[in-house]
Design a protein around this ligand. Structure first.
Ligand SMILES: *[C@@H]1O[C@H](CO)[C@@H](O)[C@H](O)[C@H]1NC(C)=O
Ligand SMILES: *[C@@H]1O[C@H](CO)[C@@H](O)[C@H](O)[C@H]1NC(C)=O
Ligand SMILES: *[C@@H]1O[C@H](CO)[C@@H](O)[C@H](O)[C@H]1NC(C)=O
Length: 257
């Protein structure tokens, strides 16, 4: 048996190295999805306390992926973060803009979006969020408060004219009331950032949807939500690992035979 091992072991090593090397990089599962920051443009590497977070980003001050600077910039028009111009048609109503600021705070500061982080091949970030289950009231309120504002596009990630250093409406994209481009709350929340959100049928406080707005004196409700979805999703991870585990077991049997 020792002699057999000595001939088979190098073969086995080559095989394992090939197998591991052949795993596509994009499918690399994050080993940890709880209490993490995505690898994007302005996120800290790891979450931690930030005592001085600005205004609407303050709910995350006990544990945040954003710096104080990022939280201040999140409240500005054409900020250094993304040079994004909310007033690309006419001035966005303050009641509407507060939702975009809150959306920016959640995106930049939340350490609870791990279950929805995906790798992307983009120049400005390595990871994004996909299909975050936003609580239905947070989406509904965002949509209702923006009804009096104007825009010229339904996907705000793509297709702008950036020649002046900030986004302007491209030629041919007419400014219209929000509801023209976003006829329903779901159209707004799901489409605006290319499916970063997927409006949930669950309500605020259910523990089954992510809240953009919350009162931090009650803790951060999104911690529980991330834990819930992390546990339902780890099942699919195990199922995907099955072929690998099975072949390893068979190899071991063959080695010991
Ligand atoms: C945040 O940092 C950037 C880059 O260092 C700087 O340009 C900007 O002025 C800072 N913003 C604030 C509010 O300090
Ligand atoms: C982009 O905007 C500039 C002015 O800011 C304008 O001169 C140019 O025609 C625009 N290009 C397109 C493709 O919309
Ligand atoms: C969403 O919830 C409402 C009320 O709780 C229910 O009537 C409806 O069937 C649900 N829709 C889906 C798609 O689960």
């Amino acid at each position: 048996m020792a002699r057999l091992m000595s001939t088979r072991l190098p073969l086995l090593l080559v095989w394992v190295v090939t197998l591991v090397g052949a795993q596509p990089r994009t499918s690399r599962a994050r080993t940890e999805v709880l209490n993490v920051c995505m690898d994007a443009k302005h996120h800290k590497e790891n979450p931690g306390p930030e005592d001085k977070l600005h205004k609407q980003c303050r709910p995350w001050r006990k544990n945040a992926c954003c710096s104080t600077n990022t939280s201040q910039e999140a409240h500005k028009d054409i900020s250094y973060l993304y040079r994004f111009n909310w007033d690309h048609c006419r001035e966005m109503a303050p009641v509407c803009k507060q939702h975009f600021i809150q959306d920016t705070c959640l995106y930049e500061c939340s350490p609870n979006l791990g279950p929805w982080i995906q790798q992307v091949d983009q120049s400005w970030r390595k990871e994004r969020i996909l299909n975050v289950p936003l609580c239905k009231e947070d989406c509904q309120d965002w949509w209702e408060d923006c009804r009096t504002s104007y825009t010229c596009k339904s996907n705000w990630h793509k297709g702008w004219n950036w020649t002046s250093g900030y986004n302007q409406c491209p030629v041919g994209a007419a400014c219209q009331p929000f509801h023209f481009y976003f006829p329903t709350p779901a159209a707004l929340c799901n489409e605006i950032w290319t499916h970063s959100y997927k409006v949930s049928n669950y309500s605020r406080g259910s523990g089954r949807c992510i809240q953009m707005w919350f009162d931090p004196t009650q803790g951060n409700p999104n911690e529980e939500v991330a834990r819930f979805y992390a546990s339902t999703m780890s099942g699919t991870g195990l199922r995907r690992a099955w072929p690998l585990l099975l072949s390893l077991a068979l190899t071991l049997l063959w080695l010991l035979s």
